[in-house]
Design a protein around this ligand. Sequence first.
Ligand SMILES: Cc1ncc(COP(=O)(O)O)c(C=O)c1O
Length: 395
Amino acid sequence: MKTAKRLADLPTYAAAEVVALKRKLVAAGVDVIDLGAGDADFAPPDIAVQAVAEALKDPRMSRYGFQVGHVPFREAIARYMRRRFGVVVDPMTEVLPLIGSKDGLAHLPFAVLDPGDIAVVPEPGYPAYAGGVALAGGEAEVCPLTAAQDFLVNLEDLPGARRARTRLAFLNYPNNPTTAVAPAEYLARTVEFCRRHEIVLAYDNPYCELTFDGYRAPSIFEFPGARDVALEFHSLSKSFSMTGWRVGWVCGNAALIAALAKVKTYTDTGPFLALQAAGVAVLDRAEELVRSICARFLERRDAAVSALREIGVPADSPRATMYLWVPLPEHLSSAEFARALLEREGVVVLHGSSFGRSGEGFFRVALTVGPERLREAAGRMAKILEHFGAASAAR
Ligand SMILES: Cc1ncc(COP(=O)(O)O)c(C=O)c1O
C-alpha cells in the first residue's frame, strides 16, 4: 500500500533501529555494550515505584486523564519550577503534562506552523524536532552547530527572507548530542530576538539536572520576556531514570500551552494518571534524588573520558548531560565506524550523522553503563580504530 511521501522523506530513527540489531546480536551470543540511546541502566527511584503501586489500587487512576491529568502533578511541577529556578507558573494554565517530553516537542509544530512557515532546527539535534516539523507539513531551517560557535544556534544569522517566515525555533541546552551549555547572555539575547520577530521559542531542557563541576543549568524563564514567546520542555526520563515511564511536561506561555493541549486532545488522552502520581513523589524530592543520580553519572563520565584518552581519542569532559560527543579522525565516516564497532565488537554508539549531516565527524557515547563496562567499551573501540588505521590519526 502507498504511504505518505512526507514519511518516506524522513530518515529512519537511529536509536530505534539499533533495538532490532541489538536483539539479533544478543541472540547470537554477543556480549553487547549498548551506549546508544540515552537510557541509563539505573533503577527508577523507590519512591516512584511505591507511589505508582499505591496509585494503582485507586480505580480512579485507571480512568482517562485527558489533558488536565492528575492535578497534584501539575501542582508539584509548579512547586519544583519555583524551588529550582525561582520561576512561578500557574499549574492549570501554564503547565501541561506530557507523555514524555518527546510527545510535546513533536506535536508542537502542529500547533504553531501553517504551510510555508519555517521552524529552526539545530543540527546535530534531537530527531523529534525535524520529524515533528516534517510531519506537520512545516519547513525546517537547519542550523548547523559547530565547535567554532560553541555549538550555539545563532538566530541572528537567519537570512532576512527566511527569518520573516520563521515561526518556531527549537533550542536545547544542555545540548544533546554535543553536550554544550549556553551562556546566560546568549539565552537573554535569543529570547529578545524571538520576541522582536514573534518566533515561538521551544526550549528543550531535559538535561537541566544532569550537570557537573558546579555548573547550574537555568530555565529559559529566568530571562526577561521569555513568558511572551517560550515554552520549556522537561522530563522525568533522564533526571530520575524513568525513561520508559513516559512522563514529562511543558510549561510557559498560556496561549501556546492551550494550543498544544488542543492538538493533543486529538492525538492522545494524556499520560497514565498513576504515573503522574509517581511524578508528584519524585518532584517533591527532586534535589535529593538528582544528587545521587548525578554523582553516578559523574563517575561514569570521568571513567569514559579517561579510558578514551588512554586509547588516543581526544574526548572532552562535558559539564552536563549523560553523553560524550567524541571527534573521529577526518578520514573516517561516523556511520562506518559505528557499524564496524557494533558488528565486530558488539558496542552500540550513535554515529554523528544520525543526528543530521552536521553531526558527521563525531560519535555519541551515552553513559548508560558502569565505569568497568565503559572501560571495556573503550578497549573495543581501540581495536576498531586500529582496524581503520585511525588510532594514530586520532592521537
Ligand atoms: C534533547 C532531548 N529532548 C527530549 C528528549 C525526550 O525525552 P523524553 O521523551 O523521554 O522525555 C530526549 C531524549 O533522549 C532528548 O535527548
